[in-house]
Design a binder for this molecule. Structure first.
Ligand SMILES: Cc1cc2nc3c(=O)[nH]c(=O)nc-3n(C[C@H](O)[C@H](O)[C@H](O)COP(=O)(O)OP(=O)(O)OC[C@H]3O[C@@H](n4cnc5c(N)ncnc54)[C@H](O)[C@@H]3O)c2cc1C
Length: 463
């Protein structure tokens, strides 16, 4: 329950009509995409500032009243990071959604933090340029949320994640101070730290992004495989040939079956699918790479390999990949959705382990993701309405994390730690890594005001 004086100060900060405190209103902000099948927590208030100054005033008011601040974009996060797990005020950036400037001469784009990722793509494209990070949520997620999670997506394999395109930002610190970082501002080490900070170091209000020339040539190929061993062998062969595709994605057989079953996209069930996209400035060179990739896919046992012949065929291939999340949601109401990374040459082994783990806990599993990066979206399907089934899914996730850490992998490739992986983060980071993160947090947010309870393992959790 919000103190009336705190409410009054928040209303002064952002405007009376931009402060929500009724439980019925707060409920819509009590979860993110992860919480669609679980965790919910009401904030004391949700505020919708429209300028950096208003964010600063709101954060200052929270500091004055001792309230936690939870930055939030579109709430598409998969780690329950934009939820007020310890109460406090959700600062929702979605009304700061303008692309402010595109400078083709300098290949730069400046946008407010609540700008939707797809709007960034469109504005870059209209200027003949390219912003490669393309999370599957791009039509909804915000660029501030992308920075805070260092969002990646299929094309990160060649071009890197959001951090690799961030050259400046305006942000509000936990005491309400405004800082301008990077190009045209303070050369502070805080700028690179904002990427993947999950709202724990500052509220990002504006970003300056580096764009690249749009590729003149692109070839997209699909190939079907009887199992993941063949798909993994194809990746090894493509790598051995020195080719770095723009994207190298996969769906295992159960993911393809889910898409076919849900009827959300046109695909034959019964085989794993690998999708390769090659891009470059020279059509002949991209064509030669495509020929070499066809050979590599066929040598590894790939069937029905052929470059997409037209834009409609390219769109169909990507539609299958992008339909997986929605397809899975149509075959089961709940899911425990993980985002682990293992060395690329161990992907087939991990997929086999996930099947064993799913069978042991009696939860079906679907695997898909970024084959070229070793980043698997392992999805255990659960029906939370059945007693105990959510717990089976959580136990499967725990076994998965053990397996991944044992393979020298990482708990999250792109979705972040949030609260959902917090119990394991200490084990991955070790005592030294966790301590370093806590020291960085106390340097930039000494009062611990920003997103408490997220991302940082407590001292006792670090091994
Ligand atoms: C269908 C689907 C597909 C997805 N595919 C991908 C994918 O391919 N790749 C990928 O990387 N992710 C993917 N995601 C996850 C998610 O979309 C990303 O993590 C995205 O970056 C979150 O953006 P958001 O605006 O929704 O942030 P939110 O969910 O609102 O917040 C996420 C985190 O960022 C913090 N945050 C948000 N805005 C700010 C800000 N302005 N300043 C400081 N901190 C902030 C929050 O506190 C929270 O910790 C997918 C999600 C869905 C639902």
């Amino acid at each position: 329950m919000l103190d009336p004086r705190a409410r009054r100060d928040l209303e002064r900060a952002v405007g009376k009509e931009r402060v929500l405190t009724r439980p019925a209103d707060l409920a819509a902000y009590a979860y993110d995409a992860y919480g669609a099948s679980g965790e919910r927590r009401l904030a004391d208030a949700v505020v919708f500032p429209t300028t950096t100054d208003a964010v600063s005033r709101a954060v200052h008011a929270c500091a004055h009243h001792g309230l936690p601040v939870v930055p939030r974009g579109a709430g598409t996060g998969y780690a329950a990071g934009a939820v007020a797990t310890r109460g406090g005020v959700v600062v929702n950036l979605c009304r700061m959604n303008r692309v402010l400037e595109v400078d083709p001469g300098r290949s730069r784009l400046r946008a407010e933090a609540g700008a939707v990722t797809a709007a960034i793509h469109r504005r870059a494209e209209a200027a003949g340029l390219y912003y490669p990070p393309d999370p599957g949520s791009a039509t909804t997620s915000t660029i501030g949320g992308n920075v805070a999670c260092d969002a990646a997506g299929p094309h990160a394999l060649r071009y890197g994640a959001t951090a690799d395109h961030l050259c400046g930002a305006t942000a509000v610190l936990g005491d309400g101070r405004i800082v301008t970082l990077g190009e045209g501002g303070d050369p502070s080490p805080l700028l690179p730290l904002l990427a993947a900070s999950e709202g724990t170091l500052a509220v990002i209000t504006e970003v300056l992004l580096r764009l690249i020339p749009a590729p003149a040539a692109r070839v997209t190929l699909g190939a079907r495989f009887a199992g993941m061993e063949g798909a993994a062998a194809a990746v090894a062969e493509i790598t051995r040939r020195g080719i770095v595709p723009a994207a190298l994605e996969f769906l295992d057989r159960s993911a393809v079956d889910a898409v076919a079953h849900a009827g959300v996209s046109d695909v034959e069930p019964g085989a794993a699918l690998v999708l390769v996209e090659l891009e470059g400035g020279d059509a002949a060179a991209v064509g030669a790479e495509a020929d070499s990739v066809v050979e590599a896919l066929e040598a590894a046992g790939g069937g029905a390999v052929s470059p997409a012949s037209d834009a409609a065929e390219v769109a169909r291939l990507w539609a299958v990949r992008k339909a997986v999340s929605a397809a899975v949601a149509t075959i089961m109401v709940g899911k425990v959705n993980e985002d682990v990374v293992v060395p690329r040459d161990r992907i087939a082994e991990l997929v086999a382990r996930t099947e064993e783990i799913g069978a042991r806990h009696a939860v079906p599993v679907v695997n898909f993701g970024h084959l070229g990066d070793g980043n698997l979206h392992v999805t255990f399907l659960v029906d939370p309405r059945r007693p105990g089934e959510r717990a089976h899914g959580d136990a499967a996730a725990e076994d998965l994390f053990e397996a991944v850490l044992g393979m020298g992998g990482s708990l999250s490739g792109e979705h972040g730690v949030g609260t959902t992986k917090l119990a394991y983060a200490g084990r991955q980071l070790g005592a030294g890594g966790a301590d370093l993160m806590r020291r960085l947090k106390s340097r930039y947010d000494p009062a611990g005001r920003l997103n408490p309870g997220i991302k940082l393992p407590a001292p006792t959790q670090a091994s």
